[in-house]
Design a protein around this ligand. Structure first.
Ligand SMILES: Cc1cc2nc3c(=O)[nH]c(=O)nc-3n(C[C@H](O)[C@H](O)[C@H](O)COP(=O)(O)O)c2cc1C
Ligand SMILES: Nc1ncnc2c1ncn2[C@@H]1O[C@H](COP(=O)(O)OP(=O)(O)OP(=O)(O)O)[C@@H](O)[C@H]1O
Length: 286
C-alpha cells in the first residue's frame, strides 16, 4: 500500500500518478465495525469494476481544528497502525490530507474537484453521516451533483450495536470508563495497544506507543502477545504517567526492551492493589 501525505502545496505533484479508483472517505480512528463496512463496500466495487481501492483520511482530526475549545482528541491508534489495518483490508493507496483551516474552508464543490476528480476518483464510498466541504455542507446525497455526474456516491447505512451507532467517540468513552469487556462488540476485537517493556529485577512495566488512549487506573485482565506467542496476564494501570505494571515477572514475553501488544480483556477492579495482592505470581515475587 502506498501512503501519500497530501496538502494544498504538494497536491499537484501526485496528480499524474493517480489511476481510476474507488475511494473510501473518513477519519477511521480505530477502524471499528462501521468503518470496516465502508471499506468492505468500497473493496467490493473496486473488485467488480477492476479499479484501484484507495482510502482518503485527514490529519489531524477535523474536530481538533474546527472545535472552538480545540480539545486534543485521544486517538485509538497511531497512524502507522491504521495504515497496517487498511492495507490488510485491501487498500492500495492511502491519502492522508492535512486538515487545516484552509482545507476546511473549501466549498463542497472545490473539495470534490481538487481532491476527488483531480485524483481520478470514479466511486466514492462513505457512511450515512460523512460530510465534506465548508460547514460540513457536502454529503453523500449530493456528491454526484458536486462532481457534475462524474463520481458515483455510495452511502453505507448505519452500522449499530444495541441500538446505538458504532463510532470512535463511543469506543473512546467505553475505554475511558474501563468497559474493556464490551469494546470488542464495537471494534470487532478487543482493544489493543503496542508498547515497549521496561524490565528490572523488581518490576515489569510497559510504556505505550504515543497516540493510544489508555484505560483508566485499575487492575485488568489482558493478553500479551509478540508474533504468534500469546499469554494471559494481569496488569495494573496507575494514575501517574500512566504506567502499566505487570503482576507476573517471570515470563519470556516480558523481557526488557521487547515490543509487545496488549489486548484489554476486562477490568477486574478499579482499585489499585486489592486484586493484585491476591495474584499468586505477585505474592511469590514479594
Ligand atoms: C474539505 C472539507 C471541509 C470541511 N469543512 C468543515 C467545516 O467547515 N465544518 C465542519 O463542521 N466540518 C467540516 N468538515 C469535516 C467533516 O464534517 C468531517 O468531520 C470530516 O470530513 C471527517 O469525516 P468523518 O468524521 O465522518 O470521518 C470538512 C471536511 C472536508 C473533507
Ligand atoms: N456506524 C457506522 N455505520 C456506517 N458508517 C460509519 C459508521 N461509523 C462511521 N462510518 C463512516 O466511516 C467513515 C469514517 O468515519 P469517522 O471516522 O467519522 O467515524 P466515527 O466513528 O463516526 O468517528 P467519530 O466518532 O470520531 O466522529 C465515514 O465515511 C463515516 O460516515
Amino acid at each position: 500500500m502506498e501512503v501519500i501525505y497530501v496538502n494544498k502545496s504538494n497536491r499537484h505533484t501526485f496528480l499524474a500518478a493517480n489511476e481510476p479508483s474507488v475511494i473510501a472517505l473518513g477519519f477511521f480512528d480505530g477502524v471499528h465495525l462501521g468503518h470496516q463496512q465502508v471499506i468492505k463496500e468500497a473493496k467490493k466495487i473496486a473488485d467488480e469494476k477492476q479499479l484501484q481501492l484507495a482510502c482518503m483520511s485527514f490529519f489531524p482530526h477535523p474536530k481538533e481544528v474546527l472545535k472552538r475549545d480545540k480539545k486534543k482528541i485521544q486517538y485509538l491508534m497511531p497512524m502507522i497502525v491504521k495504515q497496517r489495518i487498511l492495507k490488510s483490508l485491501g487498500v492500495k493507496k492511502f491519502y492522508i490530507v492535512q486538515f487545516d483551516q484552509d482545507f476546511a474552508s473549501l466549498t463542497p464543490e472545490q473539495f470534490v474537484q481538487n481532491y476527488l476528480l483531480d485524483f481520478e476518483v470514479k466511486y466514492a464510498v462513505a457512511g450515512f453521516d460523512f460530510n465534506y466541504g465548508q460547514f460540513g455542507k457536502g454529503n453523500m446525497n449530493r456528491i454526484k451533483e458536486d462532481s457534475k455526474g462524474l463520481i458515483e456516491g455510495i452511502k453505507v447505512e448505519k452500522v449499530e450495536f444495541g441500538g446505538e451507532k458504532i463510532s470512535s467517540t463511543l469506543i473512546r468513552k467505553l475505554i475511558s470508563s474501563g468497559k474493556m469487556d464490551i469494546v470488542h462488540r464495537y471494534l470487532g476485537e478487543h482493544y489493543h495497544i503496542q508498547g515497549k517493556i521496561f524490565s528490572t529485577k523488581n518490576s515489569v512495566e510497559v510504556v505505550a506507543s504515543p497516540y493510544y488512549l489508555l484505560p483508566p487506573p485499575g487492575v485488568y485482565e489482558v493478553t500479551v502477545s509478540k508474533g504468534d506467542e500469546i499469554d494471559n496476564q494481569v496488569v495494573l494501570v496507575t494514575q501517574e504517567t500512566p504506567k502499566i505494571i505487570f503482576s507476573a515477572h517471570n515470563n519470556r514475553l516480558l523481557a526488557d526492551q521487547e515490543d509487545i501488544h496488549i489486548g484489554w480483556i476486562k477490568r477486574l477492579s478499579p482499585g489499585m492493589f486489592t486484586i493484585l495482592e491476591e495474584q499468586p505470581s505477585l505474592s511469590q515475587e514479594a
